[in-house]
Design a protein around this ligand. Structure first.
Ligand SMILES: NC(=O)c1ccc[n+]([C@@H]2O[C@H](COP(=O)([O-])OP(=O)(O)OC[C@H]3O[C@@H](n4cnc5c(N)ncnc54)[C@H](O)[C@@H]3O)[C@@H](O)[C@H]2O)c1
Length: 277
């Protein structure tokens, strides 16, 4: 088993790479930090909540990995610059940036929802990802070793979430930000891709999954028959972070167990099947 894991580690080529994960104190970010560390990376966990990020980093170190937590709000260029300088000094320049931190609160209907919530969601989910990319992208360019940026988008960037305020709009924008950055950064050897999760059991969605009726109803609408766990996303993110995905650039990898492809199952059909004509 260990031997298999070691072979995977070297196959992925992430050993010793400095990987920065935002929103790493919980959910998909924490799962991604654990996965990257298990693959040999040195992981910098950024979160606005230092306590949770420190606990995840400590657990990674306890199991033999390399990880350190840093407090920063991705909305703040000052916070991110300070964290980036500290990460550069303590661990080394960034190879991989995972823009995962997001505001996932629902801001209400667009006609009369709270405008402050609208702005906050766009500031964190879109501008925050851009700020981190500018600051850590500069580190990658100065180090001259290229890199990989992975943005955590959502199926809501493809399918509109009503009453979700700016959430769907922000995730659609994040996917386009990914594509523009993919073109602009390619000359520096930096790739930029996105992952779009479907339904994932995390702190953010705990209310849905602690209600057994809602949880069961949700499982039933996903073709693979289960709700994703953070590791389901973490393994896709690790692949995009690694050189194994070296020819993938500007893509958005839908990771939703097939849920997005169920549209035609909603179309009412006549009792007598229609025959080909
Ligand atoms: N859970 C799902 O079903 C789901 C589905 C699709 C997409 N996503 C996306 O996955 C990502 C992670 O979501 P999750 O479910 O793991 O959420 P989560 O709430 O479990 O974790 C989010 C983490 O981000 C941190 N964070 C939030 N705002 C921040 C900020 N401004 N600066 C720094 N850190 C901040 C939080 O403290 C928290 O630790 C998000 O981008 C979310 O939009 C989640």
């Amino acid at each position: 088993m260990n031997q298999q894991r070691n072979q995977t580690d070297s196959w992925m080529g992430l050993d010793g790479r400095v990987c920065v994960v935002t929103g790493a104190g919980s959910g998909i970010g924490a799962g991604t930090a654990r996965e990257l560390a298990a693959l040999g990376a040195s992981v910098a966990l950024i979160d606005r909540d230092l306590e949770t990020a420190s606990a995840v980093a400590a657990a990674i170190r306890d199991s033999g990995g390399r990880a350190e937590a840093f407090k920063a709000d991705v909305k703040s260029a000052d916070d991110i610059s300070t964290a980036a300088a500290r990460i550069g000094d303590a661990i080394g320049p960034c190879h991989v940036l995972v823009n995962n931190a997001a505001s996932v609160g629902y801001g209400g209907a667009l006609l009369d929802g709270d405008m402050a919530a609208w702005s906050h969601t766009l500031d964190v989910n879109v501008t925050g990802a851009l700020l981190c990319t500018r600051i850590f992208g500069r580190q990658m360019i100065e180090a001259g070793h290229g890199g990989s940026i992975v943005n955590v988008a959502s199926i809501c960037g493809r399918a509109p979430l009503p009453s979700g305020g700016a959430y769907s709009v922000s995730k659609a924008a994040l996917v386009m930000l990914t594509r523009v950055l993919a073109l602009e950064l390619a000359e520096h050897g930096i790739r930029c891709n996105a992952v779009s999760p479907g339904l994932v059991h995390t702190t953010a969605t705990e209310a849905a999954y602690s209600d057994s009726t809602v949880a069961q109803a949700r499982r039933q609408i996903v073709p693979v028959g289960r709700i994703a766990e953070p590791v389901d996303l973490a393994s896709v993110i690790a692949f995009l972070a690694s050189d194994r995905s070296g020819y993938i650039n500007g893509e958005d990898i839908l990771t939703d167990g097939g849920f997005s492809h169920t549209l035609m199952t909603h179309v009412p059909q006549p009792a007598k099947p229609m025959r080909p004509r």
